[in-house]
Design a protein around this ligand. Structure first.
Ligand code: NAP
Length: 295
């Protein structure tokens, strides 16, 4: 079997087109323009690229965006004061603090300071707690993107054995919670694996849907999956550089060999990656609608 490709680029384009239309309607019918602010502290090149992409996507969709580029030596106090000011700004519906923050700043403290109503990243404990009890305001962007990829590719989630490799707070744990909920697009039986799992392959071979977020290039090999599995590869690992200096990326799955057994698989790049920013935009629109009492 050679797997069908699940293209995050395509699905993200589809969702962005829907959002663009919704944003235009919000402006026309309610004079409401969703507003997103991104805060970047320091000059980490990867973070600068991500923030740039978020700004560009906001602009393309008609979302009002503000960007703060703060020096690396910004104090925690100053950053908290800025978050507090933005919490009170009615033009701003979503606040995104780009991680990682410099070491002298306590990330948890800053993320907890964001008003949960503006927590479009979905990392605030209020957002995660609401997700856990099946009453979410905002789903974290990458896990939400994974769920949408599955739904929009016609993968049956209900009743499926879903095995997740990785238990991070930003991917593994929230995607487990999302797919476990008693609702449409979920209702899966979920197993979470990590580095202390006794026999990883025993679990991965049981998977109807295998979601890998380990951060280890090609950690999942063809002998670890069953025929017909659907594979979502979240990993982004740099495994080299081209002669002209471009990064060579690999997922956490040995794509070339696993695709021969899988029924569907996401590529890296072009799989989960494009979904993350798209779901951030979706959360920003949702935040604006919640603030305006439209939901
Ligand atoms: N495309 C996107 O938009 C996007 C977004 C987020 C992340 N990512 C990528 O996804 C990957 C994971 O990110 P993350 O932030 O979730 O990573 P993380 O915080 O480093 O967590 C990795 C998890 O995988 C587990 N793990 C690592 N190696 C393993 C192995 N050999 N067997 C079993 N479990 C293993 C770890 O177990 P322990 O808990 O026991 O250490 C941990 O729970 C990274 O490559 C990251 O770049 C992509």
């Amino acid at each position: 079997m050679t797997a069908e490709l699940i293209s995050g680029t395509e699905v993200a384009r589809e969702i962005r087109a829907e959002l663009k239309q919704e944003i235009a309607e919000l402006k026309e019918k309610h004079n409401l323009v969703p507003g997103l602010v991104t805060i970047l502290v320091g000059e980490d090149p990867a973070s600068q690229v991500y923030v740039g992409q978020k700004e560009k996507t906001s602009h393309n969709l008609g979302i009002y965006s503000e960007r703060y580029d703060l020096p690396a030596d910004t104090s925690q106090e100053d950053l908290l004061a800025l978050v507090d000011k933005l919490n009170k700004d009615p033009k701003i519906h979503g606040i995104l603090v780009q991680l990682p923050l410099p070491k002298h700043i306590n990330e948890t403290k800053v993320l907890f300071a964001i008003d949960p109503k503006k927590d479009v990243d979905g990392f605030h404990p209020v957002s995660l707690g609401k997700l856990m009890i099946g009453e979410p305001d905002y789903l974290p962007c990458t896990p939400h993107g994974i769920q949408q990829l599955l739904i929009r590719s016609g993968v049956k989630i209900e009743g499926a054995e879903v095995v997740i490799v990785g238990r991070s707070n930003i991917v593994g744990k929230p995607i487990a919670n999302i797919l476990l909920q008693k609702q449409e697009g979920a209702n899966a039986t979920v197993t979470i694996c990590h580095t202390r799992t006794k026999d990883l392959a025993f679990h991965t071979r049981r998977a109807d849907i295998l979601i890998v977020a380990a951060g280890k290039a090609k950690a999942i090999t063809a002998d670890m999956v069953k025929e017909g599995v659907v594979v979502i590869d979240v990993g982004v690992n740099q495994i080299g550089t081209t002669a002209d200096g471009k990064r060579i990326l690999s997922g956490d799955v040995d794509f070339e060999n696993v695709k021969e057994k899988a029924s569907a698989i996401t590529p890296v790049p072009g799989g989960v990656g494009p979904m993350t920013i798209t779901m951030l935009m979706l959360n920003t629109v949702r935040a604006a609608k919640l603030a305006a009492g439209l939901i």
